[in-house]
Ligand binder design. Structure first.
Ligand code: GRF
Length: 212
């Protein structure tokens, strides 16, 4: 057996965590406003004052929460401050979208089965920071996108949704990257909708299974 979902708040408050470009963040906000998943993206959280995601948030009118990691002596203290802020914002769900920090087990447990991540490969293949490039250079013929729950290990938790991209004959890395990102922008909102609107459980800490 495992955890059951679909019993949280009807209109959850959602935070999106970004460190860089923020194209997934923008796609999520736009999808949310078109009613593609319930709840509301109330805040964009960043660890990087130069993230382009901040510009996007301003344009979209989404509040930005910058918690400066360099202001804290340890990861524990940084995460404690982050958790305190999230409590103030009454955040129910966290969507990682290019957040370049590994959350500690303490943080993950506090939001157990309430944190999703998007990774640009078909996990468990090509974990890590350069999933698209690694898959391309390996020479795979099919790669893709994975949306998964975050657990205590990196790029590892139960998988909610995957989509694949066939690498074209003669395609270069830039073209593949563009197609992967386009797929990400479509799939992430869909995955969020699944976890927020359907009943599900996680079996043996691994398999995410829809019940209805
Ligand atoms: C995406 O490719 C995502 O899969 C990975 O980081 C990238 C973030 O891109 N985790 P963006 O900041 O959303 O444009």
């Amino acid at each position: 057996m495992g955890s059951r979902g679909g019993t949280g708040p009807i209109r959850p408050s959602i935070a999106v965590f970004c460190s860089g470009n923020g194209s997934n963040f923008e796609a999520l906000v736009r999808a949310n406003r078109r009613g593609r998943f319930p709840g509301r993206i109330t805040v964009m959280v960043t660890d990087n004052p130069n993230a382009f995601a901040i510009e996007r948030a301003k344009r979209l009118g989404v509040p930005v929460l910058f918690v400066d990691p360099s202001a804290f002596a340890s990861k524990e203290e940084y995460e404690r401050a982050l958790l305190k802020e999230l409590r103030l914002w009454k955040v129910d769900w966290i969507l990682l979208a290019g957040f370049m920090r590994i959350l500690s087990p303490v943080f993950v447990r506090r939001y157990r089965h309430r944190i999703l991540n998007i990774h640009p490969s078909l996990l468990p293949a090509f974990k890590g920071r350069s999933g698209i490039k690694d898959a391309f250079e390996y020479g795979v013929k099919v790669t893709g996108v994975t949306i998964h729950f975050v657990d205590e290990e990196v790029d590892h938790g139960p998988i909610v949704l995957q989509g694949c991209v066939k690498i074209r004959e003669g395609e270069d890395l830039a073209s593949l990257e563009e197609r992967i990102h386009r797929l990400e922008h479509r799939l992430y909102p869909e995955a969020v909708n699944l976890v927020l609107t359907r009943k599900w459980r996680i079996e043996k800490g691994r398999r995410w299974v829809l019940l209805s």
